[in-house]
Every structure is written in structure tokens, then in C-alpha cells.
Design a protein around this ligand. Structure first.
Ligand code: HT7
Ligand code: ZN
Length: 871
């Protein structure tokens, strides 16, 4: 379990100009022949041994250099070491045997149901053929696929260049990808597939064929993704000036997949759950997610594929930038403020916890044991926030010039985050030296703000102090460059106030203060009345911003802030403070906050002008996971109880108002996925949640909705809410739902999730659920739907006082580690917070962590997380 360090980066000794692959698929094995046209890297004086990566799943049958067989190549771990070569050009040929049917790790070439497919990022290509499997080796690929004729679709990257029959009822297809690419972008698919076709004409008039391949029974679920793809293609042209470059763009849906999707050049491979959709079986959340993922993978064609990463430490270069791009796309397609609330919720509830835990790392980590562990919320979501801050600091126009320069200067190259930031600095003239610390320092910074108002001078002075907690390996942090977007709200007038300031760090046009020092003060003049500051508008930086607001200040922001994101944020702060006071049994304070929360909630419920989607989000209490970050030690069962009690109390106190919302938001038109309708449904489900909580017979409203709804959002929403009241009618409805949907894999996954999250679910119950025909250990979606949902979204079940939830999770991790270590490592997440809990919980979790670490042969992935968690 050796760490790899950024500081040890060395350029590749040899380059690969051409990669010619022949992949032959047989019933019980596959053969891969490779011909690599190589040369020593001209940038280096000395070249040393030729080291290829060869994974443990490949059986080497033959290898030769320029026609001379290498009899006994040295194999050390995943390295295949060949003698140094001085020729200016040379060819390496190899032949290996693979067993795709036995590949349960879903990395390299594997079988998913009736098809063969590949997953190469980050280091899966070495499980296909010996190769310099690193992102800074770019090569032009030509791929021949041979398979039994029944597999009618044989696909790979680029353009098709040949196909035809072979002996023994076999056939072949040949593909050529003219764009040099790293091996992690290689892909191959062979299967009996149905193809839905479409086309797109680029801004410069080129016609691109779009093809979405699925297993035949899923053909009816392809339209939405294709439409989303075309929207994304147009958006990337309009907003970034990026056109698609090949004549063909393909997407394939596969059922067994470790993550959401993969941006292989010209041949994206998707988890079926992240691409297949139709109006009867997909929820509003599902549609939005699919649209975002389709766009994300498409956007990688430039941010990741045409310009790629020099090494895996630079992962956020492509992922942070691409998440920023997909998030802006969604904001433009639907509602900007709502998208911001959803993104910030994810960041605050999960990424902040990661940043405060034992796996905390900068968005550019400086070491890793298993790179798959670093596809994290920090690299993706915080990485996107860092790009967003650049966008805020530069403004849209300069940011676009920076991205144009980046794509133009580095097209066809493998680069670093410094290269990206340097382009942004060059076009804007802004000194981003200090800003680069965002890439280097882990942890969530805090910005503490206080203020004083001088009535006579009409000045409001804001005092800022920034700090950042210590994280593993980084005890002290240097100050960050933090853009704080702000506004003022008059305490009496309840109106936005204008102001002026002389501070050179204040961008008046955008109302953004650049906080660079550890402490700084901003004097705002012409402030005509006492004001409540509205800080960190639109979440202008990924920080915790604290100001000593009174409950009434927060209520004023909730009701009257002209920044709708901050209305939501103020409500989150008010609810968080209330919950923390309740948990800590701070009686007087808790009661006062609770009353203020009640009256703010009532005002929001009565606001007829609010977008229902915004209203639904404002009315949602922050998740328990977020509250658990605010204090320690946490008793998870007590937190769950307090959270439920507060929701119930608000539901009972405002029962009449909720009833009104419930009837006002009933569907009055057939289902369509669009913002206005989705907002209405979200609010309807909020009101239904209150109804179920407030009244013993409230579950009947859930049953009524389940029976009436013409769509999956409301049917599933109703089933989830109704599940809080365990009754036989619910069991019957779940059985009915199962019978209706059991042949739809995506709905079955949702159904399993509802079962696993049901209040009252125990380990015994989950074990029983895992005997159900719908569960399978070798399908990551099913594992996530049952085990993931139970341990991450069922606090009462997972944290059962007898420790059974922790034992269950440790057993699952150990079992999965031998099958699919990536999935096993992801499941370790709930244990990483163990030190935040009360002593009894800590002791029980620690014992399980030690049990996981005990056996020999643990994967790097699980070892890294568990050992760092115990440190
Ligand atoms: N770039 C991809 C990340 C990825 C992945 C995808 C599927 C299976 C395994 C994987 N390992 C890494 C997905 C993305 O961010 O677009
Ligand atoms: Zn990505």
C-alpha cells in the first residue's frame, strides 16, 4: 500500500505515437493483441528501462520489441519491465488473455448482462493490455474488434473504418480515432444492442450522427437523453465556443457500472440509471440528474479529452471545470437560484464533512495510495466552486477569454492546474498567485464577520477575519483569496440599501469584496439606516461565513432579501441554530429560535409570489448530516429524534397553512418534466410530509396521492412519506408497485431504496431484503440502493444502539472488497466521521474499523480510507 506523490512526478521516458489493438472476444475469454509504435521522449536525455503497466487480470502470452521476443520480461507488481531501447522509433507487440466474465471489479474489459464493455479511467487500461497507462501519454488509436456474429454492435472510439464477416460465425469492426488521447479514454463495446439515432448540425454546419445504444427492452427510454445531448451541444457552442469534432457521437447504457458515466472519446458509456428515462418511470430529480450527466460527459470532450490532465493529481482540472460547466448549463436550462441551492446543499452536507474528516485533501491532492479514492466531492464539487470563484473574480467576459486561451494553447496536450490558472491570470491581468492556494490547501475556510454602524456618519463597517482548520498533514494555513458577494437590507425599510466604499478590494459593479488578508475591514458609506448585511450571496466562495445575526435578522433576510439564494441560506442558518440549540438542550435560546423559525416558516408559506421550487427548498430543514457537522460529540439517535420532533412541531403548529398548500398544489395537468411543474410537485410533497407528520390519519393523503398520481415523482414521494407510518396498507402498496415495475431496472433500484430507508428498518430487515430477487452483490446500483441507502440515509437503522448497523457495514465492506474494491471503498464513508460521535458510538465504530483492517490482502482503496480514518 505505497503512496504516490505529486512531487515525484517525472515525464514519461517513452511515447506512443500509434496504438493498434485487436480485441478478440470468445465465449469464455478474450485475446488482445497490441502493436504500439513508440519512441523515446525527445524532451529527456536519458531514457532507462521501458516500463509498461500490466494489471493482475492480464495473462501475458507474448511480447516482442521490433520483432524480437522478450523471453522473460520482469513483472513487478503492475509493472512489466523491458530493457532500455535507444532506437529512434520502435514497435512493441504483445498478446494477452483476459477473462471478462470473471471480472467483478468492473475495470478493464468486463461483461455486463449480455454485453461486453470497458472502463479505463483511471487505471483500467492496464487490465486490457500492457501499456504506459498514464494520462500524459497521448496516442492515436486504431481498434479492431472481433466477436461472435450475435453481438451485432461492435463499437470503439472515433469513426468506423471497416467491418465484415469472419469464419466460424464471427465478424469484425474497425475504428479509428484521429485525436491523440490518453489510454483512460479508450472504450470498446460488443453487444446485442438497439440503436436510437439522431443528428446535430454544429455551428459551422457540420452534421454529427448521434447514436444511443441500449439493450432492446430499453429502447423506449432513450429520447430524453438525446434531446439533452443536443441542448448541451448547442450550449457549449454558445457559451464556450466549443464545437464537437468527430462525425459521430455515441452513448451506450450498461447496467453494471461503478460510477455514473464515462466520457470516452466519441463513445460515452453510461450507467443505465444515469441515461435511461421516460415520463412514466422517471422522477423530476432523475430527469434533472440525467440531463446534467449527459451534459457533463459531453462537455468533457473539450475539458478533459482535447485538453487532458498531466497526472491524476490534476484530476480537478478536468472534473472541477466540467462540473462548473454542467452546473451553469443546468442553471441556464432551468432556474439558477434553485440549482445553486441544490449544489450548495450537497457541498454543505457532504463535502464540508469530507474537508473536516480524516480523508481531507486539497482539490489537487499531493499524495494518494488508490487514485479511485480521490474521485471525491472535494475534487468535483469544491473544484467546481474554485472555478466558479475565478468566474466571479474575472467576470463572464474575461473568463471566456481565459477558457478560449486555455483550449487553444493546450489543445492535444496533458497539462496542470497551474496552466489553467495562468490563462485566467494572463487574460485578466489579475494576480492569482494567492488564489492558487485553493488548489493546495485542504479544509473549509471560515469567514467571521462583525459590524458596527455609525448613525451620524452613516457608515457601516464590516470586519472580516478568515481562518482555516488544520487538516491531515497541513497544521497551518496561509490566507485564501475569498470573493465575498454582499448586499445590505434596511432594518426598518426592509428594502435593499445602496452604499459606496473606497476599499480597493471591492468590485462595485458586481458587489464582490476580495478578502485576501487574514483580517480586513470594509467601510461602507451612505448607509442611510441600520442594516442587516446579506453576506456570501449566491455562495460566492466555498466557506463557512458566520455573522452574529439575531433570529429576527435572519427572519428579515428570509422574508425580504433581494437575493433569493440568501433567503434560502438565511432559513438554513435559522433552522440550523434552532436544531443545535434543541440538541444541546439550551432551553431558553431554543424556544426563542423555534418561535422565530415558526413565524419565518409561516411567512414563507403565505408568500404568494415565491417560485414554488424555491419555496419548497426554503421549507426543507437542513439534513441531519449537516447539523451533525455543527457540534460534537454527536448522538445520532438523539439528533434524529430532535430533527423529527421539530419537523412534527412545525407541521402541527401550521397545519392549516400546510393544508392550504396541499390543496393549492394538486396536479391539474398531465405530467411533464419542466421547472414550473417540478416546483409544484416538490412543494406538494413538502405539504404532504407535514400532513403525514401532523395527523395520525395523514398517511391517507399519501395513499390517495399514490393512487392518483400519473408520475413517478409523486408516486415515490407518497410511498416514502407513507412509509413513516408502518401499516399493512403500505406493505400492499409496495407489493403492488413491485408487481407493476419489476421489469424496469431503474424503478426497481428506487424501490429497493425506499425499502432500505423505511423508518423501522433493521439489519435483520435489510438482510432479508438482500435475499429478494431484486438484490445482487455484483451490481453496484443494487448495492448502493440497499446497503448504501441503509447506512447513509437510515440513521435509526444504521446507528441502532446494539451496534448491529456497524457490524453489518463492516461485513459488507469485507465481502465486497474481494469482488469490487471501488464499491467497497466508497461504502467506508459513514465510518470516516466516527470521532465526531459520543463515546459509545465511537468505540463500536472503531472496533469495526479495526476488524476491517485486520485481514491480509485488503485492497489499496479500503486500506487507504480505513487506515487514514483510524490515524
Ligand atoms: N471521468 C469519470 C470518472 C470515473 C469513472 C466513471 C465510471 C466508472 C469508473 C470511473 N472512475 C472514474 C466520470 C466523470 O467524472 O465524468
Ligand atoms: Zn467528469
Amino acid at each position: 500500500h505505497q503512496p504516490i506523490r505529486l512531487q515525484d512526478y517525472a515525464p514519461p521516458a517513452y511515447l506512443v505515437d500509434e496504438t493498434h489493438l485487436c480485441v478478440q472476444i470468445f465465449d469464455d475469454h478474450a485475446l488482445v493483441e497490441a502493436r504500439l509504435v513508440m519512441r523515446p521522449n525527445p524532451a529527456l536525455d536519458k531514457h532507462g528501462a521501458l516500463i509498461l503497466n500490466a494489471g493482475d487480470e492480464v495473462t501475458l502470452e507474448h511480447i516482442e520489441v521490433d520483432g524480437a521476443a522478450v523471453a522473460d520480461p520482469v513483472r513487478e507488481g503492475e509493472s512489466l519491465i523491458l530493457p532500455a531501447i535507444s532506437a529512434s522509433h520502435f514497435e512493441v507487440r504483445s498478446r494477452v488473455r483476459l477473462l471478462p466474465d470473471q471480472n467483478t471489479r468492473l475495470e478493464g474489459l468486463y461483461r455486463s448482462g449480455g454485453m461486453y464493455c470497458t472502463q479505463c479511467e483511471a487505471e483500467g487500461f492496464r487490465q486490457i493490455t500492457p501499456y504506459p497507462d498514464r494520462p500524459d501519454v497521448l496516442s492515436v488509436f486504431t481498434t479492431r474488434v472481433e466477436a461472435p456474429s450475435e453481438y451485432d454492435c461492435l463499437l470503439s472510439n472515433g469513426n468506423p473504418v471497416g467491418m465484415g464477416p469472419l469464419e466460424n460465425n464471427r465478424h469484425f469492426a474497425e475504428w479509428h480515432d484521429p485525436f491523440p488521447k490518453p489510454s483512460y479514454l479508450f472504450a470498446l463495446v460488443a453487444g446485442v444492442l438497439d440503436c436510437t439515432e439522431d443528428s446535430f448540425t454544429t455551428a459551422s454546419g457540420k452534421s454529427v450522427d448521434l447514436k444511443l445504444y441500449t439493450e432492446p427492452h430499453n429502447r423506449h427510454k432513450t429520447r430524453f437523453a438525446l434531446e439533452a445531448l443536443k441542448r448541451a451541444m448547442r450550449w457549449d457552442e454558445q457559451v464556450y465556443g466549443r464545437e464537437y469534432d468527430l462525425d459521430l457521437f455515441m452513448i451506450v447504457a450498461v447496467d453494471h457500472f461503478n460510477m455514473g458515466a464515462m466520457e470516452n472519446k466519441g463513445l460515452n458509456i453510461f450507467n443505465s440509471a444515469c441515461v435511461l428515462a421516460d415520463e412514466s418511470s422517471t422522477t423530476d430529480g432523475g430527469f434533472e440528474l440525467i440531463e446534467a450527466i449527459v451534459a457533463h460527459e459531453y462537455f468533457h470532450n473539450w475539458s478533459g479529452n482535447r485538453v487532458t490532465c498531466r497526472d491524476w493529481f490534476q484530476l480537478s482540472l478536468k472534473e472541477g471545470f466540467t462540473v462548473f460547466r454542467d452546473s451553469e448549463f443546468t442553471a441556464d436550462m432551468h432556474a439558477r437560484a434553485v440549482k445553486r441551492m441544490d449544489d450548495v446543499t450537497l457541498l454543505r452536507t457532504q463535502q464540508f464533512a469530507e474537508d473536516a474528516g480524516p480523508m481531507a485533501h486539497p482539490i489537487r491532492p499531493d499524495s494518494y495510495i488508490e487514485i479511485n479514492n480521490f474521485y471525491t466531492l472535494t475534487v468535483y464539487e469544491k473544484g467546481a466552486e474554485v472555478v466558479r470563484m475565478l468566474h466571479t473574480l474575472l467576470g463572464a467576459e474575461a473568463f471566456r477569454r481565459g477558457s478560449d486561451l486555455y483550449f487553444e494553447r493546450f489543445d492535444g496536450q496533458a497539462v496542470t492546474v497551474e496552466d489553467f490558472v495562468a490563462c485566467m491570470a494572463e487574460v485578466s491581468g489579475i494576480d492569482l498567485t494567492q488564489f492558487r492556494r485553493w488548489y493546495e490547501q485542504a479544509g473549509t475556510p471560515r469567514v467571521d464577520v462583525t459590524s458596527e454602524y455609525d448613525v451620524a456618519a452613516q457608515t457601516l463597517t464590516l470586519h472580516f477575519a478568515q481562518s482555516c482548520p488544520a487538516t491531515p498533514g497541513q497544521p497551518d494555513k496561509a490566507p485564501f483569496h475569498i470573493p465575498v458577494k454582499l448586499g445590505l437590507l434596511g432594518r426598518q425599510s426592509r428594502l435593499p440599501l445602496s452604499f459606496t466604499t473606497e476599499h480597493s478590494g471591492f468590485d462595485a459593479a458586481n458587489q464582490v469584496f476580495s478578502l485576501r488578508a487574514e483580517e480586513d475591514s470594509l467601510v461602507l458609506s451612505d448607509v442611510t439606516e441600520p442594516a442587516v448585511p446579506s453576506l456570501l450571496r449566491d455562495f460566492s466562495a466555498p466557506v463557512v461565513c458566520d455573522y452574529p445575526y439575531s433570529g429576527e435578522d435572519l427572519k428579515l433576510l428570509v422574508i425580504a432579501d433581494d437575493n433569493s439564494f440568501n433567503r434560502w441560506s438565511a432559513m438554513q442558518t435559522l433552522a440550523t441554530r434552532t436544531l443545535v440549540a434543541l440538541v444541546q438542550q439550551a432551553a431558553g435560546e431554543a424556544d426563542e429560535l423555534r418561535q422565530t423559525l415558526l413565524s419565518a416558516t409561516s411567512a414563507v408559506l403565505a408568500d404568494g409570489l415565491l417560485d414554488p421550487a424555491v419555496k419548497a427548498r426554503i421549507l426543507q430543514l437542513p439534513a441531519q448530516a449537516y447539523i451533525a457537522e455543527q457540534y460534537s460529540p454527536v448522538d445520532p439517535l438523539q439528533l434524529d429524534q430532535v430533527h423529527t420532533e421539530l419537523r412534527t412541531w412545525l407541521a402541527c403548529e401550521l397545519a392549516a397553512e400546510w393544508q392550504q398548500v396541499l390543496s393549492a398544489t394538486r396536479a391539474d395537468e398531465p405530467y411533464r418534466f419542466e421547472h414550473r411543474q417540478a416546483g409544484r410537485r416538490a412543494l406538494h410533497l413538502c405539504a404532504l410530509a407535514a400532513t403525514v407528520l401532523a395527523d395520525d390519519s395523514g398517511w391517507q393523503a399519501a395513499r390517495e396521492l399514490f393512487e392518483r398520481a400519473d408520475n413517478m415523482t409523486e408516486q415515490q414521494g407518497a410511498l416514502r412519506l407513507w412509509s413513516q407510518v408502518a401499516n399493512t396498507e403500505w406493505d400492499t402498496a409496495m407489493e403492488q408497485f413491485w408487481q407493476r415495475w419489476k421489469s424496469d431496472a431503474q424503478v426497481v433500484e428506487q424501490w429497493l431504496g425506499i425499502c432500505a430507508q423505511r423508518p423501522g428498518m433493521t439489519v435483520a430487515g435489510v438482510n432479508q431484503l438482500m435475499q429478494h430477487e431484486a438484490f445482487s452483490w455484483d451490481n453496484p446500483n443494487r448495492v448502493r440502493s440497499v446497503i448504501g441507502a441503509f447506512v447513509m440515509r437510515n440513521p435509526r437503522g444504521f446507528h441502532a444502539a446494539d451496534g448491529s448497523g456497524y457490524r453489518f457495514l463492516a461485513d459488507a465492506i469485507l465481502k465486497l472488497d474481494g469482488m469490487n474494491p471501488q464499491i467497497a471503498a466508497r461504502l467506508c464513508t459513514p465510518f470516516t466521521q466516527w470521532r465526531r460521535y459520543v463515546p459509545a458510538v465511537q468505540a463500536a465504530m472503531q472496533a469495526e474499523l479495526e476488524r476491517i483492517l485486520a485481514p491480509d490482502g485488503l485492497s489499496d482503496g479500503v486500506y487507504e480510507i480505513v487506515s487514514k480514518t483510524l490515524q
